[in-house]
Design a protein around this ligand. Structure first.
Ligand code: ADP
Ligand code: MG
Ligand code: MG
Length: 351
C-alpha cells in the first residue's frame, strides 16, 4: 500500500524560500512506488493555499511553484488542512517548515488536534527549541556546557536602557552576541564589540521579537551533528561550518554560497565522543523526536559548548543535516523514509 504523504511547505517565515526548495527536493527524492505526495502550500502571508494539489497527488514538481496563482483560493488555516485530511486520509504529514509558525510547535499542535502522524518534533520540543532563552534554561538544568547568557523583555529595556547595557557589560562583556529569542537563520543577530554597537543591536533584535537574548561571544569552531531517532537517538558524523565572514550570518547561510561545509569535520575522537554525548543529552533534555541538528562551539582548548538545536534543520540535499547522514551511510531518500517511519512509530506509541 502506498502511503499518502502531505507535504506542508512554504510558511510565514523568513525561511519561506528555503522551504520551497526543500519541498521540491523531497518530492523528487521520494519513491513514487511507495508514496503519493500531496503538497500543501502556506504563503508568505500565512495563507494556507488549496489548489488542485489537494484533490490529487502531485504529478509534476512545477505544480509547487504555482504558475497559476489566480486559480488558487486561500482558505482559513485549519479548515484547509482539515478538509485535506478528510479528503485524503493522510498517513503522515511532513511539516517542512522552518522558523516561527512552523518549527515552533504551532503547526505541530494543529496536527496533534487532527490526530495526524507527522515527521519530526512534537509540540514541546519544537516550541522550546525555537525560544533560545527557554532552550538554554533547559540545557542548563540538564548540565550541558554553554556560554554565559542573559535575556531582556522589550518593555524593561525601553524603561531603563542604561541598566540593560550595564548588565550586559558586567555579566558578559565584549564581544557579545545579541539575538531575537525566537528566530533562526541568523535574522536580527549582531555581534557587538562596544556599547555603541550594543545599543544598535538591541534596537535591531527587538524589531523581531519582544524578547532578546545576549550571549558571551566565543572564538571557536562551529561543529554540528545530526541526530535521528525517537527514544534511542543515533548521532551522525560531525560536520564543520566555515563562514568566510565575521560570523555565520543570513547572507553567509543563503546568499553568498561561499560558506564551506566540511564533512566529516576534523575533530579528535575524544572531541567527537564528547559532542555526541552532549547532542544526545540535548535531544533528551528537550524531549525531542525524529530529528534535530545539534550545533556546537569547539574552542582551541577543547571545550565543547552547545549553541543550539534546530528542530527542523535545513533539509535540501545540500544542507548539513542530509549531508551528515549521507556521510554516515544513509542516502537522502532513505533518510526521508526513516523520518516517516519514526513519525509513525511515535504516533503509534501515543495511542
Ligand atoms: P540561528 O538560530 O539564527 O542560527 P545562532 O545562535 O546559531 O542563531 O547564531 C548564528 C551564528 O552566529 C552562529 O552560527 C555563529 O556563527 C554566530 N554566533 C552566535 N552566537 C555566538 C556566540 N555566543 N559566540 C560566537 N559566535 C556566535
Ligand atoms: Mg537556529
Ligand atoms: Mg544557528
Amino acid at each position: 500500500m502506498k502511503k499518502k504523504l502531505g507535504l506542508l511547505y512554504g510558511g510565514k517565515s523568513a525561511e519561506h524560500k528555503v522551504s520551497m526548495q526543500t519541498a521540491m527536493a523531497v518530492i523528487k527524492a521520494l519513491d513514487t512506488n511507495k508514496f503519493d505526495i500531496y503538497p500543501i502550500y502556506i504563503s508568505e502571508k500565512g495563507e494556507w493555499i488549496k489548489g488542485p494539489q489537494l484533490t490529487g497527488p502531485v504529478e509534476n514538481v512545477d505544480q509547487l511553484a504555482f504558475a497559476n496563482m489566480e486559480e488558487i483560493q486561500s482558505t482559513a488555516l485549519s479548515s484547509s488542512l482539515f478538509e485535506a485530511s478528510e479528503n485524503n486520509n493522510f498517513d503522515v504529514i511532513f511539516p517542512l517548515l522552518h522558523g516561527p509558525n512552523g518549527e515552533d510547535g504551532t503547526v505541530q499542535g494543529l496536527l496533534e488536534l487532527l490526530n495526524l502522524p507527522y515527521v519530526g518534533n512534537g509540540v514541546l520540543a519544537s516550541s522550546a527549541g525555537m525560544d533560545k532563552v527557554i532552550m538554554k534554561n533547559i540545557f542548563e538544568v540538564a548540565g550541558l556546557k554553554q556560554v554565559k547568557y542573559t535575556s531582556f523583555i522589550r518593555k524593561d529595556w525601553q524603561n531603563n536602557k542604561e541598566k540593560a547595557y550595564q548588565k550586559v557589560e558586567q555579566e558578559l562583556g565584549f564581544p557579545c552576541f545579541v539575538k531575537p529569542a525566537n528566530l533562526g537563520s541568523s535574522v536580527g543577530i549582531s555581534k557587538c564589540t562596544n556599547q555603541e554597537e550594543l545599543e544598535s543591536a538591541f534596537v535591531e533584535a527587538f524589531q523581531f521579537d519582544r524578547k532578546v537574548i545576549v550571549e558571551e561571544g566565543v572564538i571557536a569552531r562551529e561543529i554540528e551533528v545530526a541526530v535521528l531517532g525517537n527514544d534511542d537517538p543515533q548521532v551522525s558524523v560531525a560536520g564543520e561550518i566555515v563562514a568566510k565572514k565575521d560570523f555565520y550570518d543570513y547572507k553567509a547561510k543563503y546568499e553568498d554560497g561561499n560558506t564551506a561545509l566540511i564533512i566529516p569535520a576534523e575533530v579528535s575522537e575524544g572531541e567527537y565522543n564528547l559532542i555526541k554525548k552532549e547532542a544526545i543529552k540535548a535531544f533528551k533534555a528537550l524531549d525531542c523526536s525524529g530529528l534535530v541538528r545539534a550545533d556546537f562551539f569547539l574552542t582551541k582548548e577543547g571545550n565543547v559548548f552547545i549553541n543550539e538545536v534546530n528542530t527542523m534543520p535545513g533539509f535540501t540535499p545540500f544542507s548539513m543535516f542530509p549531508l551528515l547522514w549521507q556521510e554516515s551511510g544513509l542516502e537522502y531518500s532513505a533518510l526521508i523514509e526513516r523520518l516517516v517511519d519514526l513519525a509513525l512509530e511515535r504516533h503509534a506509541e501515543k495511542q
